[in-house]
Design a protein around this ligand. Structure first.
Ligand code: SF4
Length: 451
């Protein structure tokens, strides 16, 4: 069986899909590989490869982590048309299968993938059995827990551009927390309409959010606790070695610092040498552990292990936008965090990596629906005043992306309901900047008709 995913071609693993393929192979005795499809792929060559691969095999094909790519959704439709059973898994499987609510009354909305996917599976792969493919139910769900199957065959990943190419994974992932602890933080925020509609008498709306308001992943999965230490260590032991050290890996946990020191000590005790740990970490975790970080980095330096803060979700340098995002941090918190990292960098040199020119990519969301001269001025002033352009600011900002199943998706739909405006859709995204004219038709292409 093949699990297809989006892939950039860089040598990083795709943990969820690779765990699933390992589960199929080891627990269900179904040979399985993961094929990451690059954006420039040849459709003809891929279909040719698929037909060759499936000769004499059950024609079941799975998809995960499609990243809203319409070319991949068209591929699903094509394979289904050729008689394949198509299975959707991974993040947002349930919501992407179902689509947005009330698509009869609002035909421009994302209609979901149920017309091209035979089965959608939501949850950890542990709950999947061969009988599910024969089930009459199309949407299958298995609850997340902290005790899940986490074995990975890191050699099961390939990419496809014009031909199948084996990918030597050089950046792995290790799961330390199931979901995001911050996703448990419930809050209500009052959101004004997008600035281009400010003259239209649209009321501000109170929106309830759990976690960051734009985050579809946390909303989908929630938080189910941290993985037990020995299962984390087993994952690290299973990573490939290069020159006597485990390859760099991302520790998946938005609050990793409480675990980091004990984990490094355990690695030393078990004589497991690590090259580098990448952290995707919240600002409040760094500020809350500022005093402990020096000890952690001293220990890491003695082990010759690098610690990289590879992605910190700063997102904005404007307090009003941070509040709209429900980020739970202020600009003052960001300044404290960056100053801490700069001081530690002076002391620990190449043991600590956090800068843009060291490969880190920190979140900066711009443009947003609420940008006005005041937010732009405050952002620019803070970037200049605190020299964020030197080490923090990414080369390109990321526009605010509204996934149809995020809390902001609810906000857009509420505006559509109360004010009568319609916003464009592009696959699974909602185009908050694109107000459709009355009577404007949804897209008519083959993929458009699916969406
Ligand atoms: S954006 Fe990050 S910190 Fe915020 S809820 Fe999502 S995963 Fe958690």
């Amino acid at each position: 069986m093949i699990i297809f995913t989006h892939h950039t071609g860089e040598p990083h693993g795709i943990l969820g899909a690779q765990v699933a393929a390992t589960f199929f192979e080891r627990k269900l005795s179904i040979p399985c590989i993961v094929v990451g499809i690059k954006r420039d792929f040849s459709r003809e060559q891929l279909l040719h490869f698929v037909n060759d691969y499936y000769t004499g095999k059950d024609r079941v094909v799975a998809f995960s982590h499609l990243c809203g790519r319409k070319d991949l959704i068209a591929l699903v439709g094509e394979l289904k048309g050729q008689g394949f059973t198509t299975v959707l898994g991974g993040p947002q499987a349930r919501q992407d299968y179902r689509g947005e609510p009330s698509t009869d009354a609002y035909p421009h909305r994302f209609k979901g993938l149920h017309s091209v996917m035979d089965v959608a599976f939501q949850g950890p792969i542990d709950g999947f059995g061969p009988n599910h493919l024969r089930s009459s139910a199309n949407l299958l769900e298995h609850p997340w827990t902290r005790d899940i199957f986490l074995e990975v065959d890191w050699s099961n990943l390939f990419t496809f551009s014009n031909a199948l190419t084996k990918l030597d994974v050089r950046l792995g992932q290790v799961l330390n927390a199931v979901g995001c602890p911050y996703a448990s933080k419930a809050q209500t925020v009052t959101l004004p309409p997008p600035v281009m509609l400010r003259e239209r008498n649209i009321p501000d709306l109170d929106i309830h959010s759990e976690g960051c308001i734009f985050c579809d992943v946390s909303r989908d999965k929630g938080y189910h606790g941290h993985i037990e230490r020995d299962k984390v260590i087993a994952q690290i032991q299973g990573l490939p070695d290069v020159e006597g050290r485990k390859i760099p890996f991302e520790l998946i946990d938005e609050y990793p610092l409480r675990s980091l020191g004990p984990l490094l000590e355990e690695m030393k005790r078990q004589r497991i040498a690590l090259a580098q740990i990448n952290l995707v970490c919240r600002v409040d975790d760094i500020n809350g552990h500022a005093s402990a970080l020096a000890d952690i980095l001293s220990f890491a330096r003695r082990q010759d292990t690098k610690i990289m803060f590879s992605s910190i979700g700063f997102e904005s340098f404007n307090d009003r936008l941070l509040e709209y995002f429900c980020k739970g941090i202020t600009v003052a918190d960001i300044v404290m965090c960056v100053e801490t990292l700069r001081h530690l960098k002076d002391r620990f040199g190449c043991t600590l990596l956090y800068r843009r020119d060291e490969g880190a990519h920190h979140g900066f969301i711009h443009p947003t629906p609420w940008d006005d001269p005041e937010t732009v001025r405050e952002n620019d002033t803070n970037i200049f005043l605190h020299r964020f352009f030197e080490d923090i600011l990414p080369e390109h900002s990321t526009p605010l992306i509204i996934h149809h199943a995020s809390t902001l998706g609810d906000w857009i739909r509420q505006i559509e309901l109360t004010a009568g405006f319609r916003f464009g859709r592009d696959g699974t995204w909602i185009e908050w900047w694109n107000v459709l004219n009355p009577g404007e038709d949804p897209p008519r292409s083959f993929v458009g008709s699916l969406l």
